[in-house]
Ligand binder design. Structure first.
Ligand code: ADP
Length: 301
């Protein structure tokens, strides 16, 4: 099969591993920089061009769209969908997962475990917002943050108030969330492919840090999931409409709660922590499922 990997950087570990797995399994593979694709949308037959040539004959596309290029990247994925090419994660699902509020709303509608969360943009009713989220200690987040930046633990009501007021000054969207103290500074990354958690790892922040992000000095180990954690992760991916997803959960006193669902989960951390061939597993899924016309949304909705 001819497989395209939409990625800006062929040197990234995840991209390299996907190329390797494709070649090992006898597929033809091309890494395509989505920002260099140009497209026709006016005609009956949509097409995508790259480096002066039309992109044709693909059996599957693996989108690895970075957060900073979501807008153009999802337009390229949508164009492949309009051309009836099977995309492992569809454009609509990627867009959903990139919007934290939309994701939390969708997950809550389906009754999945979430930390009690309030959100706001510019309310002056700080105390009411704090009360809605259950009072201090609270975690306050800038919606636009990644890798743990803009995630603050406010241990007292006074601290929460001043952080919320400072964030309001930035004119940012904020989340105010119940602090899951019992998670002990650790979270669990569940790597979902299809309807299964194919690997999982526990990430723990360095001593004295409540954020588990590896980028902030955290470390990863293997972990055994409970059946409830497994089904929460699989359902979260399904609700988002993602075939490949990294679902981050915290172990709370009221069961597993979802932090985030990632549509381009990195392979390096999880393959190194578990020794599993996740790139190969993604290809196994593609081999079973890729077919023309199997795109559910075709970019609609
Ligand atoms: P980012 O998307 O920037 O990584 P997260 O919302 O995932 O931000 O938060 C970073 C880390 O902080 C999480 O992985 C988790 O370890 C910790 N954390 C976030 N929210 C909470 C919370 N409500 N309770 C306890 N720990 C939290």
């Amino acid at each position: 099969m001819k497989v395209g990997i939409l990625s800006r950087n062929p040197e990234l570990y995840s991209t390299r591993r996907l190329v390797e797995a494709a070649q090992q399994r006898g597929h033809e593979v091309l890494v395509i920089d989505p920002l260099r694709c140009y497209m026709t949308i006016a005609s009956q037959s949509p097409s995508i061009h790259y480096k002066g040539e039309p992109l044709e004959g693909f059996g599957a596309i693996i989108p690895r769209i970075g957060a900073s290029i979501t807008f153009y990247g999802t337009a390229v994925v949508r164009q492949f969908e309009m051309m009836d090419v099977y995309c492992v994660n569809e454009s609509v699902a990627i867009s959903r997962s990139r919007d934290k509020l939309r994701s939390l709303q969708l997950l809550s509608r389906k009754g999945l475990g979430l930390p009690v969360t309030g959100f706001a943009h510019s309310t002056k009713y700080t105390q009411d917002l704090i009360n809605l989220a259950g009072g201090a200690p609270l975690v306050i987040k800038l919606l636009e943050g990644t890798q743990g930046i803009g995630v603050v633990l406010a241990e007292t009501g006074k601290a929460a108030e001043s952080v919320i007021e400072a964030f309001r000054g930035l004119k940012a969207h904020i989340l105010v969330q119940e602090f899951i103290k019992e998670a002990g500074g650790a979270d669990i990354r569940c790597f979902v492919v299809g309807n299964k958690v194919v690997a999982s790892m526990m990430r723990k922040g360095k001593e004295g840090e409540f954020r588990s992000n590896i980028h902030r000095g955290g470390s990863a180990t293997t972990v055994r999931l409970t059946p409830e954690e497994r089904s929460t992760a699989v359902r979260a991916a399904q609700v988002m409409g993602l075939n490949v997803a990294g679902v981050d959960i915290l172990r709370s006193n009221h069961g597993p709660v979802i932090m985030e669902v990632n549509s381009s989960p990195g392979l390096e951390g999880i393959e190194k922590a578990t020794g599993k061939d996740i790139a190969g597993t993604i290809f196994e899924f593609i081999e079973k499922n890729a077919a023309p016309g199997k795109t559910k949304t075709r970019g609609k909705g």
